[in-house]
Design a protein around this ligand. Sequence first.
Ligand SMILES: Nc1nc2c(ncn2[C@@H]2O[C@H](COP(=O)(O)OP(=O)(O)OP(=O)(O)O)[C@@H](O)[C@H]2O)c(=O)[nH]1
Ligand SMILES: [Mg+2]
Length: 494
Amino acid sequence: MGFFSAVKKLFGGGAAPETETPDVAAAPETSSGTVSSGADAAREERPQPEGSAASPAVAQAGGPAPEASVPPSADAAPAAVAADGEGMQALTLRLRQAEPRLSVWLDIVLDGVETADDLLWQRLTFLLSALETPAAEASSFVEDFRQWARRMDYRYVADFRSELQYRLALALDMEDEEDERSRLFLKISQGLSRTREQFSRGLNALFASHGELDDAFWEELEELFIMADLGYEPALELVERLRERARKEGVTSAGDVRGLLMSELAEIFQAPRRITAINPPEVVLFIGVNGVGKTTTIAKLAHRARMQGKTVMIAAADTFRAAAIEQLQVWAERVGALFHSRAAGSDPASVAYEAMDRALKEKVDILFVDTAGRLQTKVNLMEELTKIRQVIGKKHAGAPHRTVLVIDATTGQNALSQARLFKEAAGVDELILTKLDGTAKGGVAIAVAMQEHLPISYVGLGEKLEDLRPFNGEDYARALLGESEPVGGRSRDA
Ligand SMILES: Nc1nc2c(ncn2[C@@H]2O[C@H](COP(=O)(O)OP(=O)(O)OP(=O)(O)O)[C@@H](O)[C@H]2O)c(=O)[nH]1
Ligand SMILES: [Mg+2]
């Protein structure tokens, strides 16, 4: 359930939304001027949305209204009020006529807004109110964002637009729209761009140079898979599956293997169905080897959950070093999550138990439990994970509801051993693959999903809070194979 309830209905009634906030009198004269010139510049660069009959009116958005009856020598504020009143109406018209997508709406309200100042906050509030967001929720969203931008020292809209759209999408529960998928696809494609050079180019060359499906073709395909970090055995298995499929489906030309590969990958990435209902609070335990991105991923997921209006607690069951506890505490503060910790060196299971107790008492929606990185081969450390799981389950039946193994995509073949041993020792429900932005090879995802039959729920594509996206197998396969478009239709994820 999204943070704002029932907000997706854009202007259902037909009347222009009330512009509750525009505290336009406070808008400095300069921002009005910026709007005008910025809007002009933006119009030159950007094609108007289809059917944008409102263009002439939009040209005035925020700019001086020709019929403003205020003498030019007067204080600029009243003119700005009139201008913005007009501007808001023009914006309303333009929004109504635009394609109903968050990115397009955001383009419209940000038209001519270049810096993080009053005009931006007005426009955002305006958009939220146009989407029927209750005033209190809208102003708390805007205020949170304003504080965040100030804290992060962001001044230009261009620098934080992506984070803004991400937060709006989560808050408005609109993340599954087509546009978000394109963004995700783009990010994955960028992340895999170096992979594409190696893998999809190699693949294209192979398809072009072989007409028939002879042994040499399959051997070269296997080599390509191995080079993309699939590992020897998974590469062999994948080639076998493709050969079998080609035989069954009567595929005889090399070029047609591309389609087979795409559907085989989509099948490999298909998440098995499972019961997702839980008894709150939902408890998510994070495990993995050192430095893979467990703590950062918790912060990113906590951020997502907070943006969706959930209450979150983070437990520092990584008591191995003081710096780890501090790192997590800083993240918790940044995303607005409750935090539970003990001194460095405390028993991790006790910390988890106490946090579980507190999460129940304080009725939080989600408890994330961070653990120290450990090598999958260290038996005693793996036993510690079992103990953590047991104490949590004792306090709260069914918990942890999800045990997430975090894998660094740049790890290469070691990822397979991590997946196998963590699954055996601690039980793993899902995988999160981090640092896809930094890998030259994307095959690890295929290998791990194929070997362990575990769903990949999210992928990490950078260090920022927004750089975590729900995983979509089909889009991943397309990006890996160098397609330029995500698959059509709506996202199945999140
Ligand atoms: N480029 C990139 N860096 C990431 C990603 N996820 C995490 N990192 C970085 O990886 C480093 C380690 O991240 P942590 O979250 O501390 O890893 P950890 O698994 O908690 O580490 P330990 O607790 O020491 O085992 C940090 O510098 C993160 O910023 C990602 O998706 N992309
Ligand atoms: Mg950590």
